[in-house]
Design a binder for this molecule. Structure first.
Ligand SMILES: Nc1ncnc2c1ncn2[C@@H]1O[C@H](COP(=O)(O)O)[C@@H](OP(=O)(O)O)[C@H]1O
Ligand SMILES: [Mg+2]
Ligand SMILES: [Mg+2]
Ligand SMILES: [Mg+2]
Length: 310
């Protein structure tokens, strides 16, 4: 008998995220990023386009009955056949015996896969390569239940011989894998936030939490990696700038390891295929589930009202 659908979805996502990472690294090596301005402070490169073509074409072929939504608007008629992979990561498939009961019998029509082919595009174009991640999030009905975060330039500070890239994945109720889980330092309050989309509300919300340190880095995926590795206590972005493809995979991985991600009013986001793309309520995530209410209580009333999820 074949493995449960949720595990096959994650195993395919891990394999295809690795291939997308190779495509991203190959584009950077050419020296021509093919940058397009989609809007104000919103870039797209050839790496975003090609990585998404690889991920969406591969997953569509493997799971034709599942909804897939990617960040970039693309024409899929000219996809390089070498970019289509049907591989499924063997290490993921080994967990077939431990799938939580509520995910054992899911149906394809209830699934939506959210694809951010390259999260941290602004930082990618500026050479801040460790901020870049490939995000594939899997939702069942409205809930983010599984996610893959592939970091294509992990290890790049260690010189040209270093082996690049790492895969982090998780399933809510099963666990999260591919990193060392460390608790954040007890006597500090480190908050990570945007590097390239700062505004008055984002700053106001952070100041209200009186952080001991602020880490301004790119990408929703990268910021959640800082949480799960204990390098920051909270990720706070009091802005409607993120979309469902930015938060689905990070949220699932964070929930799988004991953290929590909501909007700044404490509401969970919904991820079914008909949902609004924009995260109107902003982002508040904590490494430890139990810390979340404290940050919520510090959110200024004016910011909570402006960022009511619609
Ligand atoms: N004002 C804004 N306009 C467009 N995208 C925004 C945005 N604010 C945040 N985002 C998107 O949310 C993700 C995380 O943002 P940040 O790095 O600033 O924390 C990025 O994803 P992408 O890099 O995949 O586009 C970024 O583009
Ligand atoms: Mg993104
Ligand atoms: Mg992106
Ligand atoms: Mg983008």
């Amino acid at each position: 008998m074949s493995e449960p659908l949720i595990l096959r979805l994650v195993a395919s996502s891990v394999s295809v995220a690795n291939m997308a990472g190779r495509i991203i690294r190959d584009i950077l090596k050419t020296g021509d990023l093919g940058i397009v301005e989609k809007g104000l402070n919103d870039l797209q490169t050839e790496a975003d386009r090609n990585a998404q073509k690889c991920i969406v074409s591969s997953l569509m072929k493997a799971f034709p009955d599942v909804a897939i939504i990617g960040e970039e608007t693309l024409d899929y008629s000219d996809v390089n056949p070498d970019w289509i992979t049907m591989d499924q990561d063997a290490d993921v498939l080994k967990h077939a015996g431990s799938i939580p009961d509520d995910l054992k019998n899911i149906s394809a029509k209830d699934i939506c896969i959210w694809v951010d082919p390259l999260d941290g595009t602004a930082e990618f174009t500026q050479g801040l390569l460790d901020h870049v991640t490939v995000l594939i999030g899997i939702a069942v009905k409205e809930k983010a239940v599984a996610g893959v975060i592939y970091q294509p330039y992990y290890n790049y500070q260690n010189g040209p011989q270093a082996e690049l890239g790492r895969t982090i994945w998780g399933i809510v109720g099963l666990g999260a894998f591919g990193f060392e889980q460390v608790k954040p330092p007890a006597k500090e309050r480190i908050i990570t936030t945007t590097r390239s989309h700062m505004d008055g509300a984002v700053k106001g919300a952070i100041d209200a939490c009186q952080p001991t340190k602020i880490l301004r880095v790119g990408g929703a995926g990268h910021k959640v990696l800082l949480l799960i590795e204990g390098k920051a206590h909270a990720y706070l972005f009091a802005s409607p700038g993120c979309k469902k493809w930015d938060t689905c995979a990070p949220e699932a991985v964070l929930h799988a390891m004991g953290g929590k991600l909501t909007d700044v009013n404490g509401n969970f986001y919904q991820y079914h295929s008909g949902v609004k793309l924009r995260n109107d309520g902003g982002t508040l995530a904590t490494c430890l589930f139990e810390d979340h209410p404290w940050y919520l209580s510090k959110m200024p009333e004016a910011i909570r009202c402006t960022l009511k999820s619609k």
